[in-house]
Design a protein around this ligand. Structure first.
Ligand code: HEM
Length: 409
């Protein structure tokens, strides 16, 4: 089949691009061109297994510069392969996947949320997305050992949100993201230098300390700029849980029947809520890398150096995996064991050994805890535009979810 240039289709259709191509061609793997280069879009548990095999897909020299310059940073763990990836990833796993560490982050964040509620109820209304991003950014920065004063938190949250918001566009959002990244990398680089020289002391075992002292597979300490990049790679995605809080608000407004059950605090339902919010709503569109050699998937040829993309949004709505995939039904997760290659909003497989997100448990724990609080707050939603445009990557409800908060719970 001839491969057609699809960059414009991707820009105009966003999350719907690959699912539409699969429907249109009737094929499981779609071969296209992106930016003039061959690319293949795949989806499903077998596709996920395929993508995470380093014989099929490599990350180094694969992530486009505009994505590194905004979302991930240069030299980030996302862009490494083999032994270099294994050793850097072990650092993230040790920092982010420990139960006690996750619990202390959740405790800090819920305390910050509770402390913010009285102020929210004094205002005529709040934008849930903005408030959640501040609660999250301040809490995670302090949890990592980065000193921030209360009055610095709103700017920090704005910068972290900007980096995520601007990675998939060429317009003003993109340049805002680059400026935000530059500012925050310089700030954290300096902190790493100060910790290394002994000028600043941080808690032992904190992310700042661990990243500052970490040695890569080659035995060398991380260059200070890369250490700054990796600290941003903890603070930025945790702040991005604000997207899932805005989506939680959207779901509570659209389907209020779930509210009482969520407010009951039943931990199984709160976790099911977090999974359904991550499955149902569009956030990370796809993951990918380049093919180190000629290959084939589902009958589609993958030329050497072609991009291979796993369609995360498409897989999370695949009717072969999810009954009535376009219905928001948290209880689908109550009795279901989730296969490690099935639910892929943050990648698939084993995060300890592959590129799957090491912050997934943190994400689920934060959404569960904060969504229960949101459901218990007394609020009304004024008339507003809650449209979620699928062509905008990353998507979010247009209004940011405006609420009139009447009181805490
Ligand atoms: C990787 C999504 C939260 C840290 C990833 C990947 C995705 C993702 C799709 C790439 C997986 C792959 O390429 O195979 C998300 C979403 C989040 C989230 C949607 C919700 C807001 C977090 C949090 C943290 C985090 C809270 C840290 C506290 C990372 C890191 C990587 C990563 C360090 C790179 C892993 C590697 O390359 O080995 N995430 N993530 N993420 N995420 Fe997350």
């Amino acid at each position: 089949m001839p491969r057609l240039e699809n960059s414009l289709k991707l820009l105009s259709k966003g999350y719907a691009w690959l699912p539409d191509e699969r429907r249109r061609t009737g094929r499981d793997a779609v071969g296209v061109r992106l930016g003039g280069k061959p690319a293949v879009g795949i989806e499903g548990p077998e596709a996920a297994r395929f993508l995470y095999d380093e014989d099929h897909v490599r990350r180094s020299h694969a992530i486009p510069e505009p994505v590194q310059g905004t979302l991930f940073g240069k030299g980030a763990v996302h862009t490494l392969d083999g032994e270099m990836h294994r050793v850097r990833k072990a650092m993230f796993v040790a920092l982010l996947m420990r139960e006690d560490g996750i619990a202390s982050l959740v405790e800090r964040t819920t305390a910050a949320w509770d402390a913010a509620v009285p102020e929210w109820s004094r205002r005529s209304e709040i934008v849930l997305f903005d408030e959640a991003s501040r609660v999250l950014a301040g809490s995670v920065a302090r949890w990592t050992g980065v000193p921030v004063r209360d009055e610095e938190v709103p700017d920090l949250a704005r910068d972290m949100v900007a980096m995520v918001d601007g990675f998939a566009t060429g317009g003003p959002r993109h340049f805002r993201a680059r400026r935000a990244r530059g500012r925050r990398e310089r700030w954290l680089q300096q902190l790493v230098r100060d910790v290394r020289s002994g000028r600043t002391r941080v808690e032992e075992g904190s992310a700042v300390e661990v990243v500052s002292q970490h040695r890569d597979a080659d035995g060398a300490q991380l260059p200070a700029d890369v250490a700054g990049v990796e600290l941003v790679n903890i603070i930025r995605p945790t702040t991005a849980v604000a997207w899932f809080m805005a989506f939680s608000g959207h779901a509570l407004i659209r389907w209020p029947g779930n509210r009482e059950r969520l407010a009951s605090g039943d931990p199984a339902f709160a976790e099911a809520w977090a999974h359904e919010v991550r499955r149902f709503y569009p956030f990370a569109p796809f993951i990918g890398g380049r093919s180190p050699q000629r290959n084939e998937f589902a009958g589609e040829e993958i030329p050497e150096n072609a991009m291979v993309l796993l369609d995360l949004y498409g897989q999370n709505h695949d009717p072969a995996l999810w009954d009535t995939p376009y219905a928001f039904r948290p209880d689908r997760f109550l009795d279901r064991k989730i296969g490690e290659w099935e639910l892929v909003p943050q990648g698939g497989g084993d995060p300890r050994t592959n590129h799957r997100c090491p912050g997934e448990q943190i994400t689920v724990a934060l959404i569960s805890a904060l969504a229960v609080r949101l459901s218990r707050l007394e609020w009304e939603a004024p008339e507003q535009d809650l449209t979620i445009a699928l062509h905008r990557i990353p998507a979010r409800p247009r209004s940011g979810v405006r609420l009139r908060v009447r009181g805490g719970a």
